[in-house]
Ligand binder design. Sequence first.
Ligand code: SF4
Length: 105
Amino acid sequence: MNITGNLVNAYYICEIKKSSIGTKAAIMQVSFYLKKLKEKGISARGEILIPKEKKKISVELTKDLEAELDRGISDMKAIIAGDSPPKAIKNNFCKNCAFYELCFA
Ligand code: SF4
């Protein structure tokens, strides 16, 4: 905060990715960090950096993104509260996913 009590955009949260595959998930990940910082009174901006593709995607925590995050968090809480997780559905990301063994072993 500055001396007038306003939040200041003094920080950048950067997430580095290997490729632009899964950009939407990366945007949500950075938005989650921004939301957590906002809850602590810290205003920040986000950037997703994809060096191999020479790309930089700016992420700003908009009201729409916050609402989408809240829906996602609510959905996750409902899954956690359930008796068993939903059945995993194979998709194009599964073959390179670190959680493959957990989903399909
Ligand atoms: S392996 Fe599981 S967690 Fe990974 S992408 Fe597939 S369904 Fe999702």
